[in-house]
Design a protein around this ligand. Sequence first.
Ligand code: SAH
Ligand code: SF4
Length: 437
Amino acid sequence: MNVYDSSRMADILRPLGYAQVDEPNDADMMILNTCHIREKATDKVFSEIGRLKKHKEAKEAKGEKMLMAVAGCVAQAEGDFILQRAPVIDMIFGPQTYHELPEMVLKANGNERVVNTEFPTVTKFDSLPEEQNQGAAAFLSIQEGCDKFCTFCVVPYTRGAEYSRPVDKIVDEAKRLVDQGAKEITLLGQNVNAYHGTNIDGKTWGLGRLIEAVAGVNGVQQIRYTTSHPRDVDQELIDAHRDVEKLAPFLHLPVQSGSDKILKAMNRKHTAERFYEIVADLRSARPDLVFSSDFIVGFPGETDQDHEDTMQLIRDVGFASAYSFKYSARPGTPAANMTNLVREDVKAARLLELQNLVTEQYLEFNLASVGKTMSVLFERKGRKEGQLQGRTPFYQAINVPANERLLGEFVDVKVTEATANALVGEVQMVENNIKQA
Ligand code: SAH
Ligand code: SF4
């Protein structure tokens, strides 16, 4: 979401004469786009400010100006604190206000410090300029905010209430992205499957129907969506996994815990049993579908048995990738007032145990891919000379020795090697295998 937001900020700033540069020393403005989801992320913001401010100071010593801004959810949640603690910062603005950047830049250039953490009534989507080229794999934001209020989470406070963009705006944007070279579109939202946008006939569409509509856009070859919540997986979405071949066979579906007691304390509003059912329904709709998930260990009150329930869920379901985190208390959330805390060393041990298990699962999944041929979208140059990097339909990262002209294309690749983190492959029959839309 932040990668997408940053690219939209660049779109807004371009008409003002700004362009992206690689080195801070070459910049007239630096924007730190921040995440507030876990404590570590917030701490990083202040250390980054400390690290980057020397560039501004060096410029100012030469009599030149440089603006420095903090954007995103840390700005939203801690705007006043940043204002006091970091006098070097000229602009502080939340994720719902970046369409107002031109006015903010004007004020900041007039030496006014700007704090903008409102939730404006004119939504930013209605006032953003058209998006610029994102390349072959593009993001398309369809939904924002969250009304679920999981007890550990800051998102409902920093990103605000749920909002779904209208269907026609999304389909138009998909067409424009294709015109600019996009072949894969990832539909984005904090709770993407809570999507309930209005169609031109006034009817409300869920994500399943929207996916069908986006799949109908000429030139869209692959669709992904993220991040989804188990509670909003409805029959229509399951059917889309069965019917829409362009929908990639990979789904990120965070479950957080395998213990009903903890799921209840987290206010996730579903049981472990329900998660198993959803996974089974999706797998019967699309047998090759693989899952990824998020896990929190050490939520207040989590016992060894609760943790074991999570481990059992992981063994039962099997994941192709996973993100796992130690619980960290976030100011203003209900869980921050809970007193039955889990000791740090216990959290660390549980995290390690969980990560070892999921790493074994990715390795097993990746090794099983060796020898198979898959359609890979080459998104960028690889780290090694002469290599391109892309993703398989199952979202595995893959490095392949390949000609640069294949960049931005879907190409059939045979997987030759695998580690837990990535695959290596070779291009099959270079001349004829560029898939046509
Ligand atoms: N909307 C998604 C997740 C968004 S937040 C969902 O409901 O599943 C991304 C991930 O950050 C979460 O899935 C969770 O695993 C992690 N996370 C959020 N708040 C956290 C906290 N206070 N401590 C640790 N991890 C947290
Ligand atoms: Fe946070 Fe996701 Fe829960 Fe919303 S559904 S409160 S974004 S964890």
